[in-house]
Design a protein around this ligand. Structure first.
Ligand SMILES: Cc1cc2nc3c(=O)[nH]c(=O)nc-3n(C[C@H](O)[C@H](O)[C@H](O)COP(=O)(O)O)c2cc1C
Length: 479
């Protein structure tokens, strides 16, 4: 049975029934691509096969937990004490116990929520954007695209914090007093010079460690605010200058992905005095249209898209920011679709200094930090790195412009006949969406190299992982 069927229950019945291990934690790690952490934590043997599988009898969906647990590869030599010091870093010179922050949104919008997140292990929070606007939210305000039980893409039409500035400052002071070592990034948004000045100034003595200027909310009901500002580099620069004159706190500009060239706004922010940038905020989107003719009052709003589905877009923007020499040594705070330790790592090797998360927390809770921290720390330790600084930007040079690609060779697919079940999906895709390079003999695919262009569509569509890359570069024959 597939791990994706696990409901990731809170107060999980499997763990209560087991009484020896914590199957819910193990299953969660597997769900979040963290088999290494499981292997590391469980050590040599789980005597599950001698047990009457109470865990799976208690599971509300009868997940085959025993089989999953006993099939985990275990190797004594993998066992290591996780050293969380490798995660220590900084945000514009301010120490961070780890680079993982809640991003500015509902997940970081009250004292009690931030306190729980800190206790769970997050290094800090970017608090929900503070403004002087009268915020009135709509209901409902979320919609989603799901794959089985998992939310893949998430749309929201939420705006900013609906607490007053003074209420929020009380929260920040209390958070800083009770959690002095946690990082408090306060998001602000003004409508004009006076408001930016006021907010920057009043936050200077609020407990904030740094500010994040929100130039990127796509859901604002007032025109010329949020992403309207972030789309105009001159406006970004102007308000950054106002903030620079009004506070000694370091600040970064949170940029909108609803532009073609994010570097233009990023460079404008740096010219205006920002210490770095954050990206991405949500992408303008419309998730679904009601086609039922009996529903006469269909209404939907364009809103901000986030979650797993936006990760490739976020990676693209972070790559462009990391490659921009004018941003060298400036802080890059990355977000957009980060759910797992591996997602976070991808952004770090691309050039991110800190990592922020919202949608995955909305879906799974603050507890995901355990796997993110363990996974990244163990990765660093297993590969002999002492800090995340050592891997930062190591993948940036791998981003190659399409006009720089070597196009002189073909890498053919390799068919693994023992794994092939004869569904012929590769054949159909190659026939109708490729180059007619696959034929079927005795129910199995056969490749015609003279037609194959090495596009790898067959590898991507095979539902049984029965096709791989040969990884061999064969020079093209100029026929
Ligand atoms: C419900 C919701 C509310 C949000 N509110 C804010 C906000 O007040 N300020 C802000 O800068 N970004 C806000 N965001 C954007 C997130 O901070 C983040 O940039 C975006 O969701 C992408 O990250 P993710 O894929 O991890 O959610 C909000 C996002 C969501 C889903």
């Amino acid at each position: 049975m597939n791990i994706n069927n696990c409901l990731l229950c809170n107060d999980a019945k499997c763990t209560k029934a087991c009484g020896v291990y914590e199957p819910d934690k193990i299953l969660r790690s597997l769900y979040f691509d963290n088999e290494y952490v499981v292997m590391n934590n469980i050590g040599e043997t789980i005597p599950c096969l001698e047990c009457d599988a109470r865990c799976q009898q208690a599971c509300p969906v009868n997940l085959n937990i025993q089989e999953i647990l006993t099939s985990i590869r275990r190797d004594r030599s993998d066992k290591k004490e996780i050293n969380y010091d490798v995660l220590k870093t900084d945000f514009c010179g301010i120490p961070l116990e780890n680079p993982f922050l809640l991003s500015s949104s509902v997940v970081a919008s009250t004292y009690e929520m931030c306190a729980r997140a800190f206790e769970a292990g997050w290094g800090g929070v970017a608090f929900k954007t503070v403004s002087l606007m009268n915020i009135e939210e709509a209901s409902p305000r979320f919609s989603a695209i799901k794959d089985n039980k998992r939310i893949i893409g998430f749309k929201n039409i939420e705006q900013l914090s609906d607490h007053t500035v003074i209420e929020n400052i009380d929260i920040f002071k209390k958070l800083k007093k009770n959690y002095p070592d946690k990082f408090l990034l306060i998001s602000i948004m003004g409508r004009n010079d006076e408001e930016w000045r006021y907010l920057a100034n009043i936050m200077s003595d609020s407990g904030a460690d740094a500010l994040e200027l929100n130039f990127s909310c796509p859901n604002m009901t007032e025109h010329n605010t949020g992403s309207d500002m972030g789309q105009v580099p001159e406006v970004v620069e102007k308000y950054c200058r106002v903030v620079k004159e009004s506070t000694n706190l370091p600040f970064i500009a949170k940029l909108t992905p609803n532009v073609t060239h994010i570097e233009e706004s990023a460079e404008a922010a740096i010219r205006g005095g920002a210490s770095g940038v954050a990206a991405i905020n949500t992408i303008k989107s419309l998730i679904e249209v009601d086609v039922n003719p009996n529903h006469r009052h269909f209404e939907a709003s364009i809103g901000g898209y986030s979650g797993k589905a936006v990760k490739p877009i976020a990676l693209r923007f972070i790559a462009e920011l990391a490659l921009d020499e004018k941003l060298n040594n400036k802080h890059i705070s990355a977000m957009g679709g980060i759910e797992t330790w591996k997602d976070a790592l991808e952004f770090i090797v691309l050039g991110a200094d800190s990592i922020q998360v919202t949608t995955a927390v909305m879906q799974y809770g603050y507890r995901i930090i355990e796997d993110i921290k363990d996974g990244v720390a163990l990765y660093l330790m297993n590969h002999g790195f002492n800090s995340i600084q050592e891997i930062k930007k190591t993948a940036t040079r791998g981003i190659v412009a399409t006009d720089q690609l070597d196009r002189s060779y073909v890498i053919y697919p390799k068919f693994i006949r023992e794994k092939c079940v004869g569904c012929q999906r590769c054949y159909i895709s190659c026939l109708d969406g490729g180059h007619q390079a696959i034929s079927i003999k005795e129910d199995k695919p056969v490749l015609d190299p003279s037609r194959c262009v090495g596009c790898h569509l067959c590898i991507l569509v095979c539902p049984n992982q029965a096709i791989e890359s040969s990884n061999v570069k064969v020079p093209k024959t100029n026929s």
